[in-house]
Design a protein around this ligand. Sequence first.
Ligand SMILES: [Zn+2]
Length: 440
Amino acid sequence: MRRHFTAIAALLIASILFANSIDAALQGTASLKKPDDAAALSATDEILKTVSRLRALDIKHSVKSGFKTKDEIEQSVIHDLDEKTPAGEFEATQKTLVKLGLISREFRLRDYVVQLLREQVAGYYEPKTREFYLAAWLPLADQKRVIAHELVHALQDQHFDLKRFDDWRKGDSDAELAAHALVEGEATLVMIEYDFDQQGLQLDVAKLGALAEGLLEQDNDSDAKNYPVLAGAPRVLKENLQFPYLYGAGFVAAVLKGHSWQTLDDSYASLPASTEQIMHPDKFLARDNPVKIELPDLVAMLGKDWKQEDADVNGEFGYQVVLAEFISKRKAGTAAAGWGGDRYALFENKSTCATVLVQYTVWDSASDAKEFFDAYCERTEKRYKVNNPMDASGKARVYETSEGLVSIELRDKDVVIVEGAKNGEQLARLSGRLWQSKKR
Ligand SMILES: [Zn+2]
């Protein structure tokens, strides 16, 4: 059972946006009354009524609540991970992240995720028992807004069934992250509305989209002191943790702009299909759905010493992170936009532990593909500290690196990448087979 955790990231955007609007309100005549935070949990029924009104969803039944200590939250996190993500799966993801140069070989992914969530979880809603819990250490000032956030999850669950998000099909992480961004983005946006409502203010949703992007750009130094685990986290973890709240809130704001809550209700029946649609809500509204890629069986070709460790979809957001680890964030963002679909797989040699990563990517146009090709070449040169490709046409490059051969090849709207081939012959066979992947 996956609980719907509320991370500090949600509170961060609430407080920044709210601080701005308080400034604006003070210039007017509004008098600000300080919310009464004492005994916040006893206000649950009343907050539920307010959230139900703001979100335009009826209350079908009441919601139970309680506090959890940091240790109890850590236990819940570990319990969830044990149920949802077996250790083997974590190791597979860890190997892919190492291969991509996003974490070091010594980094222990699962342990870090537990510590990160222990630090970052402010509350969570449990669909199975229809209960929510508040982090006992949360400052009083944040309690009501986290209760509001959790109660949005309760209403989502009563109307759209959150349990169905728990058993997401494997190897489809980009779509899962997108669905998660819908759920968290909505809860975060309504939480902010709740804050505004308490001050007698109305929220200007138009502000939110730009704000979310700005927040992902900034590195807040004061947070390093308060949240050392997050501050010390590899970029890939930090950004994946924050994505559903930041981009999700921007997405929900964009969908609501010029539409009603009904449009958002409908999006639960037909979920956003990719992080691309979350990052560019117009693509969601136009239902510009991703191309699905099916890779051929490469284990048979590699030989019996090899096994497939991991296979998944990176998506536009994933590629933005993968590129930005080594090239400028702006360039990475531009190159990742224009994403049309992808699939990657990681293979490991059982005796040598050598790994080969293959990626098949499809782009909206030939120029989008070329842009990604160039960016991935630049990334590769920085990642492996190489700068003289053995073969350097404008459409294919092969680099000799400390981890074997890396090839990046562009054909029309597609780019195929192989990282870690042991020799030219293996590389030629792998990429030859990869180009036979099926698209639909
Ligand atoms: Zn949440």
